[in-house]
Write a protein that binds this ligand. Structure first.
Ligand SMILES: C[S@@+](CC[C@H](N)C(=O)[O-])C[C@H]1O[C@@H](n2cnc3c(N)ncnc32)[C@H](O)[C@@H]1O
Length: 671
């Protein structure tokens, strides 16, 4: 059912937690008009039966499965295991308590599974130890794929920072103990009247698999008309989790308590939970959704893919602006001043023709932009456009005819690396960048084109730099498994099915936190040098100052270090971003610190690690990343490690992951 609002691909689902349900069928009839699901106890813990009492007592353990249709058990009723009230403690020091607790939980899980309930709620224990509890659950989680029942771990969130932190650490311990089994466990977060700070939520829970927020009716306050509303802090938190597509559970003290007004208020909050601007509306469907990086060199892109590129007006405006600036410099000084304006440079007016070579023209959006820039700058421009995709060439040829561009634009069909035409360009323009900058093989494709540079000619863009930052996101990490299991029907290559954690994914990273802060660090840079004449001292100085002229190797290796800022966190890999510099200060970027506003051509890259690891405040997280190549392919390899400073200031290794994607076994980019 759910509550829907225009523009959002997801709905609000609200459930109700009810204690002491005596007549389940009547309760369902009462609740199903408003609520999407209800939570009821499997049975009361006091009803526990040993094998002996099961046979001899004449009162049943709990209500019969036949009291409602099985469809209701599967879709509408979530069952709770009642572990509160001190009756159950799987980690008690006393063996008899431990054994009885295990037996109670086992009996209730088994009965819930017999009912095929969609989800079973179990509370994270309050006591200090959880190993035995985790082991018991893991024994079920191991086989969860054979059962329709999912586990929801309910966690009470205390208000004080220390207690909230201790709760979070206990949950992390549970995840570590249950290992890969825990990936199917989702969470219910119970909000109290007082909340920990928003920073606590943001940096701890946003990347976790939060199924729902639970609000007791006493958390609501009355507005001046007597209707239940939430405090500002609660509203903020609820809205933020609605954006994460979480459900809300309302818990009442008494089964007969009225909840209509609470439900209506939550729908009102959902209506205003997010403001989507035009860009958000495009990307909202892609949040946390993994895609394999495109390979425009090895594959021929499809028409619809070009159409998506062409919708990004901002990116093409940036190109137009760069070409315009370059033409204006050429017109005034008789030369390009690519990396910076040179003070006091003598003017040398130029009124000749400028040739723009456009490598990888696709369906030609930048042809129009280059001609528009020329018109604005009042400079004669000729364009030579080339693409290796024969299907895009069809569009380009039609464009030349329909827009009457035949005398200003020349077309070449073929691979730029092997072009042998007798042509030269003043500006070598391209748009060959992927989510991690060079991952669509811009360096390999553009380096051989340097021979087409005229004297004083330049590349636009002339450099691109990649950035990385560690991430924590159980949600996106879990998606990697989902992606791999799509198998043949989704045309996932066998290498990806075998090594799903050994390839980078393009993803709009939405549900993630940054335990080492959001500031990214630079890894490799590629530069495409301008044509330098021997006598061109100024250009040489400019080039040197900009750090160009360094190694142009296409194999790269870098290692960067981050310090953990959060008390404790689980690291699931790292995000990858890039910035491309086009002309002087003009750039476009996906790097969060300088992201080009309104540009949506590239989502970030996510580099997963197979085994997430725990890191503590003050420790150092390292990312090592390689770009390797052979005659046939290019690929990245990566590893993460954790170190700690000893009192003497030395660096002590705590753990390291294996090197992912060795020799490109999970993923490579065809040359
Ligand atoms: C990312 S698309 C960009 C297309 C176009 N510039 C746009 O913005 O829509 C890259 C284009 O470069 C082409 N391409 C990639 N490598 C190439 C190569 N080595 N030689 C020629 N074209 C290439 C692809 O076919 C594709 O059309």
């Amino acid at each position: 059912m759910g509550f829907r609002v225009k523009d959002f691909p997801y709905e609000l689902r609200v459930g109700r937690d009810i204690n002491c349900v005596s007549h389940l069928q009547a309760t369902i009839a009462d609740q199903e008009t408003d609520f999407d699901f209800i939570l009821v106890d499997v049975c009361h813990a006091m009803n526990f039966r040993t094998q002996k009492t099961l046979e001899t007592r004449d009162i049943a353990l709990t209500r019969a499965d036949t009291c409602i249709r099985s469809g209701y058990w599967q879709d509408f009723v979530l069952t709770k295991i009642n572990t509160q009230g001190g009756l159950v403690d799987c980690d008690s020091r006393h063996e008899h308590v431990r054994l009885r607790s295990e037996a109670i939980i086992t009996q209730e899980i088994n009965f819930a599974m017999h009912l095929s309930v969609h989800a079973l709620v179990i509370d994270l224990p309050q006591g200090p130890r959880i190993e035995n509890f985790a082991r018991l659950l893991a024994s079920y989680l191991m086989n969860v794929h054979t059962s329709a029942t999912r586990f929801l771990m309910r966690i009470d969130l205390p208000a004080s920072f220390e207690d909230a932190e201790a709760t979070y650490e206990k949950y992390l311990e549970f995840k570590q103990l249950t290992g890969h089994c825990c990936k199917s466990v989702q969470i219910i977060l119970v909000l109290q009247e007082d909340l920990p700070s928003w920073e606590h939520f943001q940096s701890r829970w946003i990347g976790e698999k939060v199924h729902s927020l639970q609000l007791d009716t006493n958390v609501f306050i009355s507005n001046k008309n007597g209707f239940p509303v939430l405090s500002k802090r609660h509203q903020e938190t609820v809205r933020a989790f609605m954006r994460q597509q979480c459900r809300i559970i309302v818990k009442t003290r008494h089964p007969n308590d009225k909840t209509d007004d609470h439900y209506n208020y939550l729908c009102h909050l959902f209506k205003t939970h997010d403001k989507l601007d035009e860009d958000d509306r495009i990307e909202v469907n892609y949040r946390n959704y993994l895609q394999s990086p495109l390979q425009p060199l090895a594959d021929n892109l499809e028409s619809a893919t070009y159409e998506v590129f062409e919708n990004d007006k901002i990116k093409y405006d940036i190109y137009e602006n760069s070409i315009y600036k370059a033409l204006m410099d050429k017109k005034k000084y008789g030369r390009f001043l690519q990396t910076k304006v040179v003070e006091g440079l003598e003017e040398k007016p130029f009124d000749g023709e400028v040739t723009v070579m456009y490598f990888g023209a696709g369906r030609g959006p930048l042809i129009r932009k280059a001609l528009k820039a020329a018109e604005k700058a009042d400079v004669k421009v000729k364009v030579i456009a080339l693409d290796k995709n024969p299907n895009a060439i069809v569009t380009l040829r039609n464009m030349l005819i329909e827009e009457n561009l035949g005398d200003r634009v020349t077309l070449f069909a073929g691979d730029m690396r092997h072009l042998s035409a007798d042509v030269k360009g003043d500006i070598l323009m391209s748009e060959l960048l992927g989510s991690f900058g060079d991952n669509e093989l811009s360096p390999e494709c553009l380096n051989p084109t340097a021979k087409f540079l005229k004297e004083g000619g330049i590349f636009v863009p002339y450099s691109y730099t990649n950035y990385v930052v560690p991430l924590s996101s159980q949600i996106i990490w879990n998606e990697v498994n989902v992606y791999a299991s799509q198998g043949l029907q989704a045309r996932v290559p066998i290498s990806q099915q075998l090594y799903p954690f050994e390839l980078p994914y393009v993803v709009r990273i939405f549900s993630a936190t940054h335990p080492c802060g959001e500031t990214t660090k630079e890894v490799f840079t590629f530069r495409h040098l301008p044509y330098i004449q021997d006598e061109d001292q100024e250009m040489k100085v400019e080039v040197k100052r900009d750090g160009q002229g360094e190694s142009t190797s296409m194999k790269k290796y870098d290692r960067v270090e981050f310090t953990v800022e959060q008390e404790q966190a689980e690291i699931h890999g790292f995000g990858g971003y890039f910035t491309a510099e086009l002309y002087q200060e003009i750039f476009y970027s996906t790097n969060p610190a300088q992201h080009t506003p309104g540009m949506h051509s590239w989502f970030p890259m996510y580099f997963p690690i197979k085994e997430p690891f725990l890191a503590r405040k003050g420790q150092q997280v390292h990312i090592a990343i390689w770009r390797n190549n052979s005659h046939a392919k290019v690929w990245y390899e990566w590893a993460m490690s954790l170190t700690e400073k000893t009192p003497e200031g030395a660096s002590k290794l705590i753990m390291t992951t294996h090197i992912h994607n060795i020799n490109g076994r999970g993923f490579s980019i065809g040359l």
